[in-house]
Design a protein around this ligand. Structure first.
Ligand code: SF4
Length: 93
């Protein structure tokens, strides 16, 4: 119970950023297969977050729904080119 309260407090003060850097992407489609709820790859496109943003070669998805997190961790582990990562940042007040 205390642990859940601590987790809730931590998530209220932090944001989690999921990033795809397509610079070295080989379009193997693994990420789209594992996390089709969050990632799309068109015929001419590199992978992008369905509900995310584009910044040059980077695609950013902030605070995805809790139910997607296991799949997103699997995409990070399964990307053969290490294009996908996540990081946690303090929210601005
Ligand atoms: S798993 Fe990695 S290399 Fe494969 S399409 Fe996704 S981002 Fe590109």
């Amino acid at each position: 119970m205390v642990l859940n309260a601590q987790k809730a407090e931590a998530s209220a003060s932090t944001s989690t950023f999921y990033k795809i850097d397509v610079t070295n992407c080989i379009k193997c489609y693994n990420c789209e297969v594992v996390a089709s709820h969050s990632i799309n790859i068109g015929i001419v496109e590199y992978p992008y977050w369905i509900n995310g943003s584009f910044y040059g070669n980077y695609r950013i998805y902030i605070n995805p729904p809790q139910e997607y997190l296991d799949d997103l961790d699997e995409t990070i582990a399964g990307c053969p080119m290490e294009c996908i990562s996540k990081s946690t940042h303090q929210k601005r007040r």
